[in-house]
Design a protein around this ligand. Structure first.
Ligand SMILES: [Zn+2]
Length: 163
C-alpha cells in the first residue's frame, strides 16, 4: 500500500497522488494495520470470511505428514499378513488410510472442501459465491486435527501389532 506524503490518501500502487500530485511512499506495516483498522468492519469481515479457505504453513506441513502417514498405513497393510493379529492391522490401516486422506484434503485443499460442502447452499440459494460461516471454519479446524490425531493413533496401533 502507498500513502501520499502531502494529503494522506491511500492507494494500492502508483508513484504520484492523483488527488494532489505529490509523491506516494510505501506504508509501514504499522500504518497499514492502522489503516485497515480505520476501514473497520468491512475489511476484518472480508479477511475473516476468506480465512479458512487458505492453507497456512502448519496446514501444509501437517497435510504432508498426513499423506506420508497414508503411505505408511499402506505399507502396514502389505505387512499385515505377517502380524499375529493380521485382521486387526488390516482394519487399523484401512481406517487410517481413509482418515489420513480426508485430513490431507482438509489441510491442503480447504477450497475444495468448501466447494463440495457448499454445493447444497449453491443449489438452494441464489448466492453465486457463498462464503463459509465462522461455524463451518471452526468445525473444519476441529475436524482436521481430530482426523490427523486418529490417523496417527491407528498408525501407532498397527505398528504395535506388527512389531
Ligand atoms: Zn495527495
Amino acid at each position: 500500500m502507498k500513502i501520499c506524503k502531502n494529503c494522506g490518501s491511500v492507494y494500492e500502487n502508483g508513484a504520484l497522488c492523483p488527488e494532489c500530485g505529490s509523491v506516494l511512499r510505501d506504508m509501514s506495516a504499522d500504518e497499514e494495520k492502522a489503516y485497515s483498522k480505520r476501514l473497520g468492519r468491512t475489511v476484518s469481515e472480508q479477511s475473516s470470511r476468506s480465512y479458512g479457505l487458505y492453507s497456512t504453513l502448519s496446514d501444509r506441513v501437517l497435510g504432508s505428514v498426513s499423506l506420508f502417514c497414508m503411505a505408511l498405513h499402506g505399507l502396514c497393510l502389505l505387512f499385515a499378513a505377517k502380524a499375529p493379529h493380521s485382521e486387526n492391522v488390516s482394519a487399523y490401516s484401512a481406517a487410517g488410510i481413509v482418515l489420513c486422506f480426508i485430513a490431507a484434503v482438509v489441510f491442503l485443499a480447504p477450497k475444495l472442501l468448501w466447494a463440495v460442502s457448499s454445493i447444497r447452499l449453491r443449489l438452494m440459494t441464489d448466492e453465486p459465491d457463498p462464503q463459509p460461516s465462522a461455524l463451518w471454519v471452526t468445525v473444519k479446524n476441529f475436524m482436521k486435527y481430530g482426523l490427523f490425531a486418529l490417523g496417527m493413533m491407528f498408525l501407532l496401533l498397527s505398528l504395535i501389532e506388527i512389531l
